[in-house]
Design a protein around this ligand. Structure first.
Ligand SMILES: N[C@@H](CCC[C@H](N)C(=O)O)C(=O)O
Length: 323
């Protein structure tokens, strides 16, 4: 039997599959198909994608993470996902500080003490951070980098910052709550269909400044749509917050980042040309589903979710946090 763990970071839900535990390996085409099958099932709980844990041949890493969005596309990074994979590997190998191989970088993971009863708290490195048009990529926009720029093609009143961490993000700080709804949906939808600006699509994040070191972020995710939270989106938005509003950010202190699924904290590191973010938040294992390995691709997967009880603890924790 194979185990599909049902996990989330800030209610950004995934199935997690350790392919090292399978008798027969699955290739990326099969994994992409499985991500779509799991996300589009009528009986399984909601998921935004599939996290694949594999072994790594990088000497410094204890494992590898691959991410498939719910539409089957591959994501170069996933912050909420890396926290969940980090917790999984920490428990599998009984370690608290280690590196995980991701598509473009080997990233640090640190396991903190639980932040509340039953709420695991994991810190992950988000890097590299790049602004060059080719890194996102973006085209047909007349900027060497997009940092707090007006882009009339996208909005008649908002300014934008765009960076790869290394998956692509477009960020805007809004004042009006209404911008978090239809304008975000419309721009996210437009830039994630074939378009002349972001040929590979882009994750679109709109944020509100709530106070010093305090923001709210809502994301329209590439390959998914509106999500409860996007870890790389909150990390990229924290970097943009520190760059565009230095008077509102003390980089020596964590930034509280609220999202529709809860709250994380970030630390922004701006060291000459080396920029990175530490993303700290929950990694909740809601439960697991068991399926025959041979049925993963060929048969409907039954919802035999065995719950851990951690979701109740997470919801109790969320009740205690205030904006
Ligand atoms: N939810 C993620 C990001 C997942 C990938 C994204 N949809 C993409 O295609 O870049 C996160 O927590 O960072």
């Amino acid at each position: 039997m194979s185990k599909l763990h049902y996990v989330h970071g800030s209610e950004n839900h995934f199935f997690l599959l350790d392919v090292d535990e399978l008798k027969d390996s699955l290739d990326d085409i099969q994994l992409s198909y499985l991500a779509q099958k799991l996300s589009h099932s009528d009986v399984l709980p909601y998921s935004d994608g599939l996290l694949v844990v594999d072994h790594s041949d990088h000497a410094e890493c204890i494992g590898q993470m691959k991410v498939f969005n719910s539409d089957g596309s591959v994501a170069s990074m996933c912050g909420n996902g890396l926290r969940c994979v980090g917790r999984y590997l920490a428990e599998k190998f009984n370690q608290t500080d280690f590196k995980v191989q991701t598509t473009q970088a080997d990233l640090n993971v640190h396991v903190f003490d639980d932040i509340a009863k039953g709420v695991s708290w994991i810190g992950v490195q988000i890097a590299p951070v790049k602004f060059a048009p080719a890194a996102l990529p973006y085209t047909n926009l007349d900027f060497d980098q997009i940092i707090n720029e007006e882009i009339p093609e996208f909005s008649d009143h908002l300014k934008f910052t765009s960076m790869a961490v290394p998956n692509p993000h477009l960020i805007s700080f809004v004042e009006d709550d209404n911008d978090l709804e239809e304008p975000l949906f419309n721009l996210g939808t437009y830039l994630n269909q074939p378009n002349e600006y972001y040929p590979d699509g882009v994750n679109v994040n709109f944020a509100k400044i709530l106070g010093k070191n305090k923001i709210f972020v809502r994301t329209f995710e590439r390959g998914v749509g509106f999500t409860n939270a996007c870890g790389t989106g909150m990390s990229a938005t924290s970097m943009a917050f520190a760059m565009n509003y230095p008077e509102s950010v003390d980089v020596n202190e964590p930034i509280d980042v609220f999202n529709p699924g809860g709250k994380v904290q970030t630390r922004v590191h701006i060291e000459l040309d080396n920029r990175w973010i530490q993303l700290m938040g929950n990694a909740t294992f809601v439960g697991y589903i068991e399926a025959d390995e041979v049925d993963l691709l060929s048969q409907p997967i039954q919802n035999n979710l065995v719950e851990s009880g951690e979701e109740a603890d997470y919801l109790a924790f969320i009740d205690t946090i205030k904006q």
